[in-house]
Ligand binder design. Structure first.
Ligand SMILES: Nc1nc2c(ncn2[C@@H]2O[C@H](COP(=O)(O)OP(=O)(O)OP(=O)(O)O)[C@@H](O)[C@H]2O)c(=O)[nH]1
Ligand SMILES: [Mg+2]
Length: 302
């Protein structure tokens, strides 16, 4: 039942990427064999979905070899699905602190979907019975505090904030104090969008990191990097650069609904040693799902 619901939502969310993937079966029926043209068409489609050079090469080679070895015939789609599933690893969800508040820091470039993903995540965790606090540590962008405030009111969760222009690390500090004093289970820290090249902003992120680490043992327990799926391969470059500057623990891949580049998830897996923990498939509060390779791949071909 749960699988079904997730699957249906992913199916809708991934409809643009699905257009690229779902043609394999009919493509095969049309040609009746795995020949050079079939493989060329398949390769083209995988590139279109931003699966990336390495992952595409691996898949094509495996299909070619398995056909030569007579391991596959008509069931080429099932075979490809299996290959794709094996290339991915299930996201483990949030790693919680053994006791005391779990701190989840959220980072990424401007507009990648951080604040919206935080609202969705907060709501999801609340539904799991967690007492959630959010911290508005994006004190740069005008209206950023307001944006998180509106979300927090909508989902009915508490927020720690200060005026625009105030020190983000001090907001994080206050939020940790509140989380400890009031027995919150999870504190989610929103941060301003930044590029890895903006040294002072990266240092500021490290400062927030240090402050929460000082306040709460083991914090931050998660540093989630929010990537915008519509940027495809570019998102991978962002992740590599962020990884160098701050230690991240996982990825939220947002805006999958707005792109045909949902194949980037395979390239991410190939290139970056970070689990995709959640995927964003729309703008409403319900549009965040834990990443699961099986339902993801099934939704791509549905
Ligand atoms: N379609 C779609 N839109 C999304 C998704 N996630 C976020 N958005 C939209 O992307 C835009 C930017 O989202 P924000 O959450 O404000 O992004 P941000 O990273 O916090 O932005 P900054 O704080 O300015 O760096 C908003 O219009 C969101 O509604 C998603 O999964 N799907
Ligand atoms: Mg934001």
């Amino acid at each position: 039942m749960v699988f079904r619901a997730i699957f249906e939502k992913l199916k809708v969310g991934l409809s643009k990427t699905r257009g690229v993937f779902s043609g394999f079966a009919s493509l095969f029926r049309l040609r009746g064999k795995v020949d050079r043209n079939f493989l060329a068409e398949m390769e083209k489609r995988l590139y279109l979905a931003d699966v990336g050079v390495t992952a595409t090469f691996l898949i094509i080679e495996q299909v070619r070899q398995s056909f030569l070895n007579k391991e596959i015939g008509e069931d080429v789609e099932t075979f490809v699905k299996q290959q794709l599933k094996e290339m991915l690893t299930a996201g483990e969800g949030i790693s919680y602190a053994a006791n005391g508040p779990t701190v989840v820091m959220v980072a990424g470039v401007n507009g990648s979907g951080k604040t919206t993903s935080i609202a969705k995540l907060a709501r999801r965790l609340q539904q799991d019975g967690k007492k959630v606090l959010v911290a508005a540590c994006d004190t740069y962008r005008a209206a950023a505090v307001e944006q998180l405030t509106v979300w927090s009111e909508r989902i009915g969760c508490e927020i720690v904030k200060n005026q625009q222009g105030s020190d983000p690390a001090s907001v994080a500090h206050d939020a940790c104090e509140r989380a400890k004093a009031r027995g919150f289970d999870v504190l989610i820290v929103d941060t301003a969008g930044r590029l890895h090249t903006q040294k002072h902003l990266m240092r500021e992120l490290e400062k927030i990191h240090r402050v929460v680490a000082r306040q709460i043992p083991g914090a931050p327990h998660e540093v989630l990097l929010v990537l915008d799926a519509t940027t495809g391969q570019n998102a991978i470059a962002q992740a590599e650069n962020f990884e160098k500057a701050v230690r991240c623990s996982g990825i939220i891949l947002a805006k999958l609904d707005g792109t045909a580049k949902g194949g980037a998830i395979f390239a991410i897996k190939q290139k970056i040693d970070l689990p995709v923990k959640f995927v964003g498939v729309g703008e409403t509060l319900d549009d965040l799902e834990p990443f699961d390779p099986d339902s993801y791949v099934e939704a791509l071909f549905a």
